[in-house]
Design a protein around this ligand. Sequence first.
Ligand code: NOJ
Length: 556
Amino acid sequence: MDNSWYKEMAVYQIWCRSFKDGNGDGIGDLYGVLEKLDYIKSIGVDAIWFSPIYPSPLADYGYDISDYKDIAEEYGGLETFKKVLDEAHKRGLKVIMDLVVNHTSDEHEWFKESKKGKDNPYHDYYFWRKGRGKNGKKPPNNWLSTFEGGAWEYVPELDEYYLHVFAKKQPDLNMDNPKVREEVKSIMKFWLDMGVDGFREDVITFISKKEGLPNGFPLPIATGIEHYKKGPHVHEYLKEFRHDVIDKYDCFVVGESPMSNTKDCLEFTAGDDPELDMMIGFDHMQADCFVTDTIAMPFNLRKLKKAFSRWQKDLYGKSWNALYIENHDHPRIISRYGNEKFRRESGTMLAAACYMQSGTPFIYQGQEIGMLNNHLDDLSKFKDVVTFNNEKIFKKLGVKGQKYLDIANKTSRENARTPVQWDSSEYAGFSTVEPWFGVNPNYKEINVENEEKNPDSILNFYRKLLKVRKENKIIIYGDYKEHFADSDVIYCYERNYEGKRALVVCSFTDETFTFHAPDTFDLTKGKVILCNYENPESRPTVCALRPYEARVYLYE
Ligand code: NOJ
């Protein structure tokens, strides 16, 4: 089935708990989504991706699922979801579900059964192993979890350990068991038959673990990752899902894949028989950190440009890029790569830098109004297992108290999880009662209502940007060539398609910058189709860029 419509769409990501509370209990829900569907549509996106909204004990805010074929009551239940699906479709919005099958919740029925005994038919749904050492007191191998200390949890009743590469309430599924793969296919069919249009597949490249689960190279976290980051059967299993289910529906799949490079991406997404349509890579999210957001470093524009350029060039004509700069796992982008003092300018410039590339845009709730990082004054106000795990790791390194609080405020993914700021009323119009997680105190200034009123707002820039993509196939399909790769101030690239050319120029400084165009471009001959300032003036070879200015010139 030709599903190439995904190339021309833009996706809006909803992390439901913080999107909009529609029933006054302080928790975002699907009633709130129903209220805001017209707003979502008005941004110019074509699809919604729901981060998990299934029943869950919320050890990882929904990425620990206890029932794959239902919707949590606190979000409105399955019937409300069906309504959302229907209303979204009526507005021409597709709906994409998060599929989290590397692990379940420990409160899923399968796990509860598997824990009952070695002879239980569900025992082999998970990785249960005996301990090592004299009395079996040492875990089966030296793997560490990404979220919570060791990757093994001991269960005395069974005298066995189970594997969890994330939190201990997220036991890993044993995908080598054909019954587990049948379950995954059944889950996919359940949602596709209901009418959903695709999946974002969570850490999908982790689903196959190396036989024998050998010890890994010691690291401070995630020891053992080399044995499952692209495990021995991952391609085989993903092909099975693709052939048996995905290929039979008009849908698409985007796979999240930490630590993958473009070569890995092509293995999954290119060729005649791709397993995924796109991959969510992480390279470009590491321009101000080392491997993970928590190990912060100064923002390095060249590192960002290198990552963007690598993915654009390596995938061009072979695969398809997923374009994003925010989601529920990262701090807000203006606070990272932009400048909070130039919120509007840098927020719009970053949007242009990313979304004028070839690929499918993914926009995260609140990004379109330029929401910023939060600043909590006490660690007890944080909620996330990752923040607490990092606290323990930093403590061992002697970093604690205020010092760790500063790190958490800067680097935690909880920055992206504060309630969406709708207006300047109490609780930012998110809810009528105190929300489950504190609203960012800047809501009186930064909110949807204010953004709607201002024609030059970030929100209205996103609308223009998505319209420009729709009206200019060159932005979607054109090739990519970077200019001035060595510049620490300018990100500049050209696009070419069917005889047309486009030049994208983005300034990453808070000062005015004299930009000298590449030799092959006369700036006075190009039409400026997108700019985050009024009156962009140009001379043939030079123009003065204002702080964080972004311009797109089109040559027809
Ligand atoms: C990636 C998800 O995006 C993240 O939020 C989650 O914690 C982990 N996978 C584990 O499911």
